[in-house]
Each structure stands twice: as structure tokens, then as C-alpha cells.
Design a protein around this ligand. Sequence first.
Ligand SMILES: [Zn+2]
Length: 361
Amino acid sequence: MQALKIAGYKAGLNALYWSGASRLFAPMARGSGAILMFHQVRPPVPSAFGPNAHLEVTPQFLDAVVRQLQSSDIDIVDLDEARRRLAEPRSARRFVVLTFDDGYRNNYTHAYPILKALGVPFTIYLATGFVDRIAVPWWEVLVDLIDRLPHLRMRVEERDFDLPTESVNQKRVACQLVAAELCHVSEDEQRRAIELAASAYGIDTHGMVEREMLDWDEVRALAVDPLVTIGAHTVGHYALARLDSARARLEMAESRERIEAMTGVRPRHFAYPYGSRPTAAEREFYLAADLGFATAVTTRRGVVDADSRLTALPRISVNGHFQSRHYVDVLLSGVPFSLERRLRNWRRPASSLAPEASAST
Ligand SMILES: [Zn+2]
């Protein structure tokens, strides 16, 4: 199903590109700029399973995208400059902001050298619990479990899963079923269930976080570079809308405090974990404004313009399934999002157009 959605979406983007429609309608749809969202940047990992492949791009593709932007009439700016430009009359030159979520180590080892060499600013949104090794990206653990095992037995709250995970198809089905359940139970139960399964199958989650996520020395090395903005992304990477108000507020505030304590720079920008409609909505937008964040980004899809709400900014995911520069070109035209809005108004769910995350951030 996921493969069908991806194929359908690719066909749509290709049609917009090769018909010339994305260029023709861009002046009406492209807004003032766009915030691009990345997660992992690393050489391809050979795996037929790879349910989170949409969340990673190769260093070569990142390099190509930035060079493509630099050779066009688009400025690559940081979030403070983007905020300033959004408050002014629309300029003839559009802008793009580069953002990286979660704090993967490969942002430092693979993305940073490229962005530094090309002299472009970027933002990393840190979930400080990963850097402090007190939280675990559960979606990575689930994928690791299913990737390794020929059979998965685990309990999520009251539900027992007993699933074959031998073939790639079985792995995909198991991953979708378990991830859906993990996103349905409470956030605490989600983490408890993953930790129990990891421990039952001898997966070293602490070692995984040590290996995959930035440490404070790397964060500090990034933070002193004027090209780099460190943004907050909560402590435990919980779906904020599923926490009570006080806890959601604490998650947002504490990640900012921790980054300030460890780098000496107080973050002014925030990204909602997951950032989708069910996980970040009015209450969270209010909290971000009340806590004084200058901007906060979602994963709602779209370009930004003067009427964009600064604590509910949409982004464009640079999706690992779409690693061709012409897709970036079409997305930056804003035309796909304009079409999606029209379709939504016809009461057709947008999810039928855009491929969604399977077990993702
Ligand atoms: Zn995230």
C-alpha cells in the first residue's frame, strides 16, 4: 500500500514537472519561501525492508540539492532571517531554510561538512533526551527488531502480537501493525512496550542511541559555528498532543533549558515531534508562543508566506524515496500543496495524496 502511494505521488509530481504545470502555476503557489525538512544523511544502507527510507537521503543528494538552490533565484537563510522576511512585503527573491530533525550523528559526520563547504546555514532540532542518552528513538528500535528477527512476539498494553517477520512483506506488515498500535496507546506505554521487547530480544537500546545520535561535544562543536542554529525538539520526543498540558509544556521548556545549559545559546526555535495534525495542534501552538519561541515548525506540508502562523509553520520533507532534483523543484513551486488544499476542500483526505510515515518521526 505504501509502495502504491509512493508510486502514485511520484506520478503526480512527474506529471506536474513534465507538463510544465509546476513552472506555469508556481508564481501563484510558491509563497515567499519554504522550510525543507531532513532527518538522516548517510550513504545508502542496503536493506530491502527499510520502512524509514523516506527519512534519509544520501550525502550526494544533499550536496546536489544545495547546489541546485544556490544556482537558482533562491536564498538559503537561517530561521531568524526567514522570520524577518516573512514580516516584510514579499521580495522577488524566495528563500529556503534547511532543517534537520532529532539530532542524528550523521548530521554532524555527513551533512555538516557539505553544508560548511557550501557555506549555507542550517538548523538542527534536538530532542535532548537522545543526547543525554535517557530517551530512545522507538521507531529505530522497532525497525531493528523486525529487521533482525524471523518472528516477533511482543505485547503492547493489552494486545499481544505474534507475527511472522521472515520475508520483506511480512516485515512490512508487522511494522505497520505494531507501529500503529504503539501510536495508539499512551506515550508511556509505547516506550515501556518497546523497552520490554528490546530487552527480551537482547537489543542494546542504549548502545544504539550512543552510536546513532549526537553527543554534547558534537552539539557544542556545531553550536559555535555561526552557520548552525540549534533548535529545541522536546526532551523525550513524545507526541505532545497526547500528553497533559503541564507535561507538554515541560517537555518544550526543558529541552530549551538543557540546550542553553550545555551550549550557552538559548534556542529561539522549536519543532514539534512528529509534527502532524494529531500530534501538534492549537494547544501546542499556543504553548510554543507562550514559551516565547520565535518560530515553531510542524510537518504539515506546504510553503511559507506572510500569512503563515509563526508557531505552526509548514515544511517540505525531502523524502528519501524522491531523491531526484526535479522533485525538489516541483515541491518548491508550491503547486502540489495548492492542489492538495483544493482536494481537501472537496473533502477528499490529503493522506490519499501524500505518502505518510510508517514508523517514523
Ligand atoms: Zn523528530
